[in-house]
Design a protein around this ligand. Sequence first.
Ligand code: SAH
Length: 222
Amino acid sequence: MIMYEIERSRLVKRLKAHGTVTDEKVLEAMGQVPRHEFLPSDLRSQAYVDSPLPIGMDQTISAPHMVGIMLEELELRPGHKVLEIGGGSGYHAALMGYMVRPDGIVYTVERLESLGKKAEEVIDHLGYNDVVKIVIADGSAGLAEHAPYDRITVAAAAPGVPKPLEEQLADGGRMLVPVGGRGYQDLMLVTRNGDRLERTSLGGVVFVPLIGEHGHEDHSRM
Ligand code: SAH
């Protein structure tokens, strides 16, 4: 346990020293949330290497630097209502939960039930279940029942910015979504100012595909 803590604090120090992440609240969250707990047991020893890792079902947990960059761009504050699409292991959701406490909430939508169930167990075990709620569904259409959201983050690549997500973004809200085909995408920042939506590209990224109604087709079923 102590070994993981030392490795985690070294990773956070490196992200800070390299200037990858500068926001102190983001660094604090990454220093607190135990990434190794969200990984399959045979990969835990690599939890604090700055690399994406497989979490089963052909899906991956993003590299810590990517998670840090996204958290920084989201500008999360206590009290925010957040929607994540692509809950995966639950790690990113837990970090956001940490940052929006005490009175904020994170809804994370995952389409694969086995991953969602596993994420829920870890979230419960670590005591983030007061701020993180996992929903098993196709999140490409968002989660209308709790909209609008102050922040939306999509952890899978969409062919375009899904319209329902734009509609569910609150006034003054910020959304991150990787847009592009399978392979390489642009990380888009979408901000809403009243009825006006603005899109900015933050650069190239690589995410697994968003599969669903407003995402890509499911090739595994073809
Ligand atoms: N944020 C995650 C990384 C997730 S990888 C973490 O911290 O571990 C992307 C996830 O998006 C995968 O688990 C994949 O199953 C999921 N996904 C893909 N399309 C989806 C959709 N339409 N709705 C919800 N989840 C989706």
